[in-house]
Design a protein around this ligand. Structure first.
Ligand code: 5GP
Length: 205
């Protein structure tokens, strides 16, 4: 079985990346979505083991110490990290696995797994971003301000990514993302065993 791709999706808070992830995983069987560990508090409606594995700082630091995380980063006062085991299991089962993570983690992944595909999603404008963050109503004004500031910093790192998506319309964005993944699978560099087999068969003619 061909190992699945490691796909990293980042975007500012309020870019709609969470909705894009939920939608693509529901629509297509080929994807799995990694569940991160975090020290932030659950938002209303979030469940342990579904959106995140919620834990305290001590528990998170245990994961770091025991080398259980693929990457981790600090984001506006909290730790976030990707547990290794699930990602490897799913990729070995042939699934393309999405990590929805911020930029520091994304760059750690690129370093560790150079053929990971890094995708950045942006809202159509900064004004739209602010409107979405305020409209979501899940954060205080202070946190919104800090997340906006952080977005401004993250925007400077977008040139390290492989693809840019503009989220004007969720359905269109999901289809574009799916198209990117299908194209990645067709890259010659990802298909060397097939090519080698064909060359070998030709040589036996
Ligand atoms: P939120 O608190 O809004 O759920 O997430 C805050 C930020 O942390 C988002 O940019 C999200 O993509 C990122 N994030 C979530 N999980 C992880 C993770 O496992 N590692 C890293 N580096 N960032 C993460």
């Amino acid at each position: 079985m061909k190992k699945g791709l490691l796909l990293v999706l980042s975007g500012f808070a309020g870019s709609g990346k969470g909705t894009i992830m939920k939608s693509i995983v529901e629509k297509y069987d080929r994807y799995a979505l990694s569940v991160s560990a975090t020290t932030r508090n659950p938002r209303p409606g979030e469940e342990h083991g579904r959106e995140y594995f919620f834990m305290d700082k001590g528990e998170f630091e245990e994961l770091i110490k025991n080398d259980k995380l693929f990457e981790y980063a600090q984001y506006v006062d909290n730790y976030y990290g990707t547990p290794k085991e699930y990602v490897e299991e799913q990729r070995n089962a042939g699934k393309d696995v999405f990590l929805e993570i911020e930029i520091q983690g994304a760059l750690q992944i690129k370093e560790a797994v150079p053929d990971a595909v890094l995708i950045f999603v942006m809202p159509p404008s900064v004004a739209e971003l602010k409107k979405r963050l305020v409209g979501r109503g899940t954060e205080t004004a202070d946190v919104i301000e800090r997340r906006m500031k952080r977005a401004g910093e993250e925007a400077k790192g977008v040139d390290k990514y492989d693809y840019l998506l503009i989220n004007d319309d969720i359905d269109a964005c999901v289809e574009e993302l799916h198209g990117i993944v299908l194209s990645e699978h067709r890259k010659v560099s990802r298909n060397m065993p097939t090519i080698d087999k064909m060359l070998d068969d030709f040589s036996k003619m």
